[in-house]
Design a binder for this molecule. Structure first.
Ligand code: 13P
Length: 248
């Protein structure tokens, strides 16, 4: 049985005090022994949030990580820096990074490896655009994004990572993939991994992301290949985020 995981991605939202209040409110809603819940917060709030959630079950993640380990890379944040700020996770390849900031399959794979070098669990985000879905290339896109990482890191590296399937057309649009649509792609991802390593396929957590809300989370999480969620908008409200976590 795979441990489930519900992860919030705050993106570029909230003030410093709001972030701190949100982290405190989420942590206050958890009890000892809870696990499988994390928030990915803006870099500049990591230290504050780290202090607030220390000795609570809430884990911390960065929203990206540099593809280099240190040096003259203005504006970048390394995996070692994330680790020092208490991160155990880092998103890599979020579709907003891929589409607005030029992150490529190759640079995403490099970021994935950098995170693992520091013992940070990379959360590899993959997913198709609406145009790609409508032209029936969803699986080809998934293959391309997944194989870029497998080819660079090796299949066994995936055992210490998380995959988030986020159809781009469902992000922030209020349009969720149907439970079956999501399950179909999750099953496909797991099968592709199983073809290379059944052990890794059995172990890896595959999260769904895209307009997950308290009222649709339960049905999505009930799907056999969906191990949790990567939550954007609804993670900015402690009550909604906790309700989603409790839907697992
Ligand atoms: P929404 O939940 O706001 O659709 O965002 C999903 C997402 O992109 C999480 O990384």
């Amino acid at each position: 049985m795979r441990q489930s995981l519900v992860m919030g991605n705050w993106k570029m939202n909230g003030s410093r005090s709001e972030g701190l209040a949100l982290a405190n409110a989420i942590a206050a809603g958890l009890k000892d022994g809870d696990q499988g819940i994390a928030v990915c917060v803006p870099y500049v709030y990591l230290s504050d949030v780290q202090g607030a959630i220390e000795s609570t079950p809430l884990a911390l993640g960065g929203q990206n990580v540099a593809d280099q380990s240190s040096g003259a890379y203005t504006g970048e944040i390394s995996a070692a820096m994330l680790k020092e700020c208490g991160c155990t996770y880092a998103l890599v390849g979020h579709s907003e990074r891929r589409s607005y900031y030029g992150d490529t399959d190759e640079s995403v794979a490099t970021r994935f490896c950098q995170a693992q070098k520091e013992g940070i669990t990379p959360v590899l985000c993959i997913g198709e655009t609406l145009e790609e879905r409508e032209s029936d290339t969803t699986f080809a896109v998934i293959d391309r994004q997944l194989n870029a990482v497998i080819n660079m890191a090796g299949i066994d590296a995936l055992a210490d990572s998380v995959i988030a399937y986020e159809p781009v057309w469902a992000i922030g649009t209020g349009k969720t993939a149907s439970d079956e649509q999501a399950q179909e792609v999750h099953r496909y991802i797991r099968q592709q991994i199983a073809a290379k390593s059944q052990a890794v396929a059995d172990k890896i957590q595959i999260l769904y992301g895209g307009s997950v809300k308290p009222d649709n989370a339960k049905a999505i999480f009930a799907m056999p290949d969906i191990d949790g969620g990567l939550i954007g908008g609804a993670s900015l409200d402690a009550e909604s985020f906790l309700a989603i976590y409790q839907s697992i």
